[in-house]
Ligand binder design. Sequence first.
Ligand code: PGA
Length: 268
Amino acid sequence: MSAARDCWILGNFKQNLGCAAVAEHLQALSAASQELRQRLENLHIGIAPTSLALDRAAARRSQCEGSPKNPVRLLAQNVAAQEEGAFTGEIGAGMLREIGCDLAIIGHSERRKYYGEQDALLAQKVAVCAKAQLGVVLCVGESLQERDEGRHAQVVIQQLTAGLAQFPSESSTPLLVAYEPVWAIGTGRSASVQQAQEMHALIREELGRLQGERGHGRSILYGGSVKAGNAAQLVRAADIDGFLVGGASLDPTSFHAIAQVASEHLSS
Ligand code: PGA
């Protein structure tokens, strides 16, 4: 990664860890990461727990040790596509912002696959987040079949352009992109550094085309079977600016080890 861009290490807990476990995790992570975060202002660490835990986690993190300038970021795993109204079961971007949530993950492959979320809906979610100033982590990534057929670049660029179709270019809402090849998620089979770098460079070029210099400078994270063991190699690639971590984020020690690896690279 380039030191000019921010590095983000984000943990996606998915449907794991209840409120008490999230509180313990946050406590352990905050203590372990205090030094990293104080020393490296452009390293951001965040967790996406169950939505039920966000309110308490937001209150708790203000009591945790750590630099107030750079606290653990809180992410929602999902957000409604509408601002508010009669949409049973949904949680609005403004509501998330109100409790102190910083960002929302949009377009994770599990949402696309199990809940049929498609690009048009995802673009709406991105738009409501931009309006509410809730940061966005837009996930893109091809399936194994799409890669085998040589369509990975085309699929990812389509997901990116469609997902950002309603994100105003002048918006100051934070926007990150996570490249997560579906075949690497939860499989133990990470993309190679070369495969990931190639896709990240492509995404960066497209972000530049869509949003100019600002787009070109956005942080692009890799996700898919990231562990402390493969993080060092990946984060050395020119266009990889951090990670979206699933399984390995559930244990604060292994999650912190990934942040540690990234920080070593950043400070070298
Ligand atoms: P994984 O998940 O690290 O368990 O592969 C990544 C993700 O789903 O974001």
